[in-house]
Design a protein around this ligand. Structure first.
Ligand code: IPM
Ligand code: MG
Length: 350
């Protein structure tokens, strides 16, 4: 059981350290090895996804990632941007299924900017297609045409790409409330008309699951108006990027949300849904819970160890109930802790 650990940039190394401590405490015999991805890799090698990292990631059963990116690399040319490393590893490992659960912990109901009655009990799973769409479509670029600059990207999906991510959503729904909402923009974009057609065809394989369709603009509105109408939401790469950030804030803090990116054989990359937070990097105040919960998802999906996954999730619930809070979820009367303090609390709860 090999885990490739990629701390990355910003708060990445701090939050990863806590997740690694939690995995070690479980004593399940994992072999963990670290490598560079993102801006730190650009600085060290000139490449955001260097060969040594590729070798390690390809050989591992799972990858645990902190976060990539930061303002110091914003001016870099595209091939040397940290995000390129992240897109590169997703594509190379074939991680087409991105699972982003948005769960509201009862203890954090007041941390949401929405009224408690709107978000109480919230439990949504966003299933985002991760290796296709306009993110990877060719042709793309910025050129001069007719004497002016012209920017262009290409949105495309094959029916097999759509079918395989829809199947992931339907399978996930079977373990939940058996409802899938497929999000598209079929009133304008042909590519997403195909998405809707294939979603409807795939639904015939899952008569026990209810499929609905929603246009993405309406979905963005419904997510804040009445988020509890959703169970599983499935959508393409770009819409999923946007809607998953929106869904995360329903729960109060993006600092709580884990994610899993899986290939067809449940090899996976696990990372918090939040970014590298350069504004608080190196201060020891970042919330490590999303990364710790990502490690739990790793145990569940790649290593099929539901019991160990539950142990971590129960430990996180316990520390919240005990009143431990990092700055992002702090309310007066609670016990304010930093990254290490939160890690200590989780280890104690374990
Ligand atoms: C995410 C991020 C990435 C994405 C960026 C960092 C490339 O926003 O994982 O949601 O757009 O996929
Ligand atoms: Mg995003």
């Amino acid at each position: 059981m090999k885990i490739c650990v990629l701390p990355g940039d910003g708060i990445g190394p701090e939050i990863i350290a806590e997740a690694v401590r939690v995995l070690q405490a479980l004593d399940l015999g994992f072999e963990m090895e670290e490598a560079l991805l993102g801006g730190c890799a650009v600085d060290a090698t000139g490449d955001p996804y260097p060969e040594a990292t590729q070798k390690l990631a390809l050989a591992a059963d799972a990858v645990l990632l902190g976060a990539v990116g930061g303002p110091q690399w914003d001016g870099n040319r595209r091939e040397q941007r940290p995000e390129r490393g992240l897109l590169g590893i997703r594509k190379q490992l074939g991680l087409f299924a991105n699972l982003r659960p948005a769960i509201l912990y009862p203890e954090l109901a007041n941390a949401s900017t929405l009224k408690p009655e709107v978000v109480a009990g919230l439990d949504i799973l966003i299933v985002r297609e991760l290796t296709g769409d306009i993110y990877f479509g060719e042709p793309r670029g910025i050129e001069v045409r007719n004497g002016e600059r012209f920017g262009f990207n290409t949105m495309h999906y094959t029916e097999s790409e759509i079918r395989r991510i829809l199947r992931v959503a339907f399978e996930a729904a079977r373990k939940r409330s058996r409802k899938v909402c497929s999000v598209d923009k079929m009133n304008v974009l042909e590519c997403t008309q195909l998405w809707r057609d294939v979603a409807a065809e795939t639904a015939l394989e899952y008569p026990d699951v209810e499929l609905s369709h929603m246009l993405v603009d309406n979905a963005a509105m419904q997510l804040v108006k009445n988020p509890k109408q959703f169970d599983v939401v499935v959508t393409g790469n770009m819409f999923g990027d946007i809607l998953s950030d929106e869904a995360s804030m329903l729960t109060g803090s993006i600092g709580m949300l884990p994610s899993a990116s899986l290939d067809a054989n449940n090899k996976g990359l696990y990372e918090p849904s939040h970014g590298s937070a350069p504004d608080i990097a190196g201060q020891g105040v970042a919330n490590p819970l999303a990364t710790i919960l990502s490690a739990a998802m790793m145990l569940r999906y790649t290593f099929s160890n539901e019991a160990a996954a539950k142990r971590i999730e129960d430990a996180v619930k316990k520390v919240l109930a005990q009143g431990f809070r990092t700055g992002d979820i702090y309310e007066s009367g609670m016990k304010k802790v930093g990254t290490r303090g939160m890690g200590d609390a989780v280890l104690a709860a374990l």
